[in-house]
Design a protein around this ligand. Structure first.
Ligand SMILES: [Zn+2]
Length: 284
């Protein structure tokens, strides 16, 4: 699951390559849009909205894409070899004279009228990296269902948009509560939301979703991906367990000393998430 800061960076890269330029190639490899004639149109801008990407084109069209678990947009200079995966995984190609954006494994590729963008992203809560960020509204939405486990509420993009599994786990650690703590029992929900915004903002221009302030590999997180290893604050082994029910399940990490609240029976040694930090259940 991508985090909002990764999507923000992807949008910035695409914007730099495409905005203000005329599409010389446009190829949407999804049945509904295979014949959409977009070549010849100018790209106006590429904007992130939570974890969604909106590529706005002249003529009132928007290409809506979402990365979900494995999707990626790569940018190549003219003549550069495309290296993001096998050709059959390519879902979209947008080329200008300066470069080509290639979308791999995109589960959502949807062409809509710019006037209808709300249909695609209207359900989202305040965008943590958006120009219209509204902290009070995000807190209000989070607390609307006070019995909900805090990690689950943070991941629900209708409450606030941009948090994936890394930040959900790390924010629980920073708040001193387990991921299963009812969101209504958070001592300072406003502070948690403010922290979320600060973290995504600090990481919007760099890789790694750093929450500790330490950018060295292996030191970037308090508990995420650290099952069985000592908590950096107190030394207690970090625990891990599955949270949620399929297909929405993911791996939760927490320190049983630093974090108070309900927790299931846990394993102290678990497989670490694979490359990309998807936070999926180990072994799947
Ligand atoms: Zn600890």
């Amino acid at each position: 699951m991508p985090e909002g800061d990764s999507v923000y960076r992807a949008a910035a890269r695409l914007h730099e390559t495409l905005a203000g330029r005329v599409l010389t190639t446009a190829d949407l490899r999804v049945p509904a849009h295979a014949t959409a004639g977009l070549a010849g149109r100018r790209v106006l801008e590429v904007a992130p909205r939570g974890k969604h990407l909106l590529t706005r084109l002249e003529g009132g069209l928007t290409l809506h894409t979402h990365l979900r678990m494995d999707g990626r947009w790569e940018v190549y200079r003219p003549g550069e070899r495309w290296a993001g995966g096998p050709a059959w995984q390519i879902r979209a190609v947008l080329g200008t004279e300066e470069g080509t954006a290639v979308g791999y494994r995109l589960p959502v590729v949807e062409l809509l009228r710019t006037a209808d963008e709300q249909r695609a992203v209207g359900h989202l809560g305040p965008d943590l990296l958006g120009p219209d960020w509204d902290q009070a509204e995000a807190v209000r939405r989070l607390l609307a269902h006070p019995g909900r486990p805090v990690a689950e509420a943070l991941l629900d993009q209708r409450n606030l948009a941009g948090i994936g599994n890394v930040y959900a786990n790390e924010l629980c650690f920073l708040a001193g509560v387990t991921p299963w703590t009812p969101v209504g029992e958070l001592p300072r929900p406003d502070r948690l939301v403010e922290r979320a915004r600060q973290l995504l903002d600090a990481n919007r221009l760099r890789d790694g979703h750093v929450t500790t302030g330490d950018t060295r590999r292996g030191h970037q997180h308090w508990v995420y991906g650290r099952a069985g290893r000592p908590c950096p604050r107190c030394g207690t082994p970090v625990l891990t367990a599955q949270q949620g029910t399929p297909p929405q399940e993911r791996v939760a990490f927490w320190c049983p000393y630093c974090q108070r609240g309900p927790a299931p029976e846990a394993r102290s040694t678990g497989a670490r998430p694979g490359p990309g930090g998807g936070g999926r259940r180990p072994g799947r």
